[in-house]
Design a protein around this ligand. Structure first.
Ligand SMILES: [Zn+2]
Length: 307
């Protein structure tokens, strides 16, 4: 296990900048659309799953991006990953993804309306920007239990198709449940007690989590994040066997030999409404989430450059 060295942001966060306030408004609006207007969205609530896919496509189009449906079937129902690409000088890509389905019985505001809202906001900011590497913003279907860590997981289908086409992917960021933050002591739990001895007991940080083969990516991402972000952060490189470490779409990329990491508030180890009907938009800390997305924007800008 490796805890990433370097200084995380500490102390009082400065007020959000004008740009960050605009970002915050987008995040609030899009979490609201996904979790309140559309609500529970999965193969059981298929109409809502489709509504979410269409909302994501419209959002990409409004950003001036053409999106592509990466389609496969589950029980004769077509399911779509939605991908929008910002072409760079090189076809080598950085993938920024989040799953748009919600677990059965939950509206999925934090899990993972927060991640999808962030992907959309980031896509708007990079649309039309010249970069060295290609950026792919992807909303994945069917991440949650039922398909979780199976070949029917949207990101598994996506990554396996990338692999068979021979796509070069320099790194993948999975934005997974990024809106819950607490200042109180003992507000953070861990999957194994040893982690609790090394990492903070306050759930006020965003975590960058990778497996051993993604070590370089985690190190680079968190170093850049810390140069800019006004929210505490922790980086961890852990064996994929530690519970929680592989619990999102980055796992699918690991299975296909691509480096990938998860950006997360640690979900079940912090958020009391995780996978509950009460995972509603009013539970999120939009100021902290804005600081996270703002920091991730700098990480993407860095990763988009070829070393
Ligand atoms: Zn999730």
């Amino acid at each position: 296990m490796i805890r990433m060295p370097g200084k995380s942001f500490a102390g009082e966060a400065p007020p959000l900048s004008t740009e960050q306030l605009a970002l915050r408004a987008e995040l609030v609006r899009d979490v609201q659309t996904l979790a309140s207007e559309i609500g529970e969205r999965n193969v059981i609530h298929y109409r809502e799953l489709t509504a979410a896919a269409e909302f994501i496509e419209r959002s990409f189009a409004d950003a001036g991006l053409r999106s592509r449906r990466d389609t496969y079937e589950v029980d004769d129902q077509p399911c779509h990953n939605i991908e929008a690409e910002v072409p760079g000088q090189s076809p080598e890509a950085i993938v920024i993804g989040a799953h748009y389905d919600s677990v059965v019985g939950a509206p999925g505001a934090n899990d993972n309306g927060s991640g999808v809202a962030a992907v959309l906001a980031l896509a708007r900011r990079f649309a039309g920007q010249p970069t060295a590497r290609t950026l792919r913003f992807v909303a994945f279907v069917n991440e949650e239990p039922g398909h979780f860590q199976t070949e029917l997981m949207g990101s598994w289908v996506y990554a396996s198709r990338c692999k068979s086409r021979g796509d070069r992917i320099a790194g993948m960021l999975s934005l997974e449940t990024i809106g819950c933050f607490f200042k109180e002591p003992r507000s953070q739990n861990y999957p194994v007690p040893a982690l609790g001895m090394i990492y903070p007991d306050r759930g006020n940080f965003i975590a960058f989590v990778g497996d051993l083969s993604s070590r370089k990516l985690v190190r680079k991402a968190i170093a850049r994040f810390r140069q800019h972000a006004t929210v505490p952060s922790e980086g961890a490189v852990l064996p994929a066997s530690v519970p929680g470490v592989g619990w999102s779409d980055h796992w699918s990329f690991w299975q296909h030999g691509y480096p990938a990491l998860m950006v997360t508030d640690t979900a079940p180890f912090r958020y009391p409404h995780y996978h509950q009907r009460s995972d509603t938009p009013d539970q999120l800390d939009y100021d902290a989430m804005t600081r996270v997305v703002s920091g991730v924007e700098h990480v993407i800008a860095e990763l988009a450059q070829v070393e």
